[in-house]
Design a protein around this ligand. Structure first.
Ligand code: ZN
Length: 454
């Protein structure tokens, strides 16, 4: 007996052969995919299923995987909108200094809800602002993700290089190194679930070369490897960062972090925009992954990552929306379109196919998070994390290639989003939480933070 049968959709599996079926069925049992094959499900399977959905006119893809995000920024959108990264950061640090459990929970729930509405089934978060007496911020995010129903990879971020020590952030938002390590280990102990099918996995994520000391980078990597969890940070986002590293460390960002033990197949980097050929080769040789964030990079005028070169070298590349304060849209499907368009704008029409762009958001993201055995494709045995897009309405009806419609066309209605077999979105509405409440709470949290910042 199965939980759900989807019948009649075009299916893009992202399996090893990149199989696509024009009118197929998918069967979900106990939160996993039990079958995917061309043609309709048998009468027997249909009769004994809890739910059979006629998916004719729809495109079924693996649920999208978001590999870089700062959920707390959802309620600080719309500031410093025409600024560089460093100008934008120094405008926002004082606002972020006012966050607490309640504002972070409201921000995370709204951002997660919108990610789900845009096809995301698994998301990371990189939280690195922990003001004193702000409460249990990571727990607030974990509970928001459980409420919305997304598979969640929160990272325990940190900053310990304040302005008085030559860093970019004000001293009011940085932490003491020992406190960071204690809190990070605590986060792993409390929330990390290494078992198959886990809904929560934790990673360790000092913020960036210009806000973290070398000692914290080194000790954080040792801590993560002791616990068998992954490592994440920002790298090579802007030319300002490149100048900072050359001036302070006498090295490029990649050489600097490699000297600290920060390249490896358990590491993924956000952005990786400014990489030399040698850097790309180092990423490939070490198995280091990349979270490509095209909208954020364009919003801050940071540049366009060398995605075709990274892929050609064999680097795992996923997509990220980045924090909502540098990508007000926070839509994961939009990143797929931007990845395709920006790669072609930079390197020509054959730089990235529409299918390769969709691969970044699905299998690529799963590889970056070390979970390609469980998510990122529609295959028997994998977790039932699925997005069903409606392609027979005004914006898409009659389009020759549904994958091109999804990647290059307008965002289609999301007919159904399931995570581990559980319905999270149906007909463009969250069914796990009250959308209006999420919006009201986000508005109230945004007002609170502005009032606290004066
Ligand atoms: Zn970021």
């Amino acid at each position: 007996m199965s939980d759900l049968v989807l019948d009649g959709a075009t299916v893009v599996t992202m399996d090893a052969d990149r199989s696509e079926y024009a009118a197929a069925h998918v069967v979900v049992t106990d939160g996993r995919i039990a079958a995917v094959a061309p043609g309709p499900a048998t009468q027997d399977v249909r009769r004994t299923a809890d739910r059979v959905l006629d998916a004719t006119g729809c495109l079924l893809t693996p649920g999208l995987v978001n590999t870089h995000q700062h959920l707390y920024q959802w309620v600080t959108r719309g500031h410093a909108v025409d600024s560089t990264l460093f100008q934008w950061l120094t405008t926002l640090y004082p606002v972020w200094a006012g966050i607490d459990e309640e504002t972070v929970r409201a921000s995370a729930a709204a951002a997660l809800g919108w990610l789900a509405r845009t096809g995301c089934t698994t998301t990371t978060d990189h939280h690195y602002v922990f003001p004193r007496r702000a409460g249990d911020l990571l727990a607030a995010e974990v509970s928001a993700a459980a409420e919305v129903g997304l598979r969640f990879h929160p990272t325990r971020g940190s900053m310990d290089l304040g302005a008085s020590q030559g860093g970019l952030p004000p001293d009011s938002v940085v932490e003491d190194l020992d406190d960071v390590l204690t809190a990070t280990e605590d986060a792993i102990t409390r929330f990390h679930d290494p078992t198959p099918g886990a809904m929560v996995r934790v990673a360790v994520a000092p913020c960036s070369p210009f806000s973290v000391t070398a000692k914290l980078m080194t000790e954080a990597a040792e801590l993560a490897r002791r616990h068998g969890v992954r490592l994440h940070t920002h790298l090579a986002e802007t030319t300002d960062e490149e100048h900072f590293c050359r001036e302070r460390f006498g090295a490029s960002p990649t050489d600097y972090v490699e000297s600290l033990g920060w390249l490896g197949d358990d590491v993924w980097m956000a952005h990786a925009v400014h990489l030399s050929d040698a850097d790309v080769a180092r990423f490939a040789a070490t198995g280091t992954g990349v979270a490509h964030c095209p909208s954020s990079n364009a919003r801050l005028g940071a540049g366009i990552a060398r995605v075709p070169e990274l892929r050609a070298a064999g680097v795992a590349v996923g997509l990220g929306v980045d924090g909502a304060a540098s990508n007000e849209a926070g839509s994961l499907l939009e990143e797929v379109r931007h990845a395709a368009l920006f790669a072609r704008a930079r390197s020509g029409p054959d730089a990235l196919t529409v299918r390769n762009a969709l691969e970044l958001a699905t299998l690529g993201g799963a590889q970056v998070l070390g979970r390609a055995d469980e998510i990122g494709s529609v295959e028997p045995g994998k977790l039932a994390d699925l997005a069903l897009w409606r392609m027979d309405t005004l914006p898409h009806a009659g389009i020759a290639d549904p994958v091109a419609a999804l990647v290059l066309g307008s965002p289609p209605p999301l007919q159904l989003l399931v995570v581990g077999g559980r319905t999270v979105v149906e007909r463009d509405r969250l069914v796990t939480v009250d959308e209006e409440r999420l919006a009201r709470d986000a508005e109230s949290a945004a007002r609170t933070l502005l009032r606290r910042a004066g």
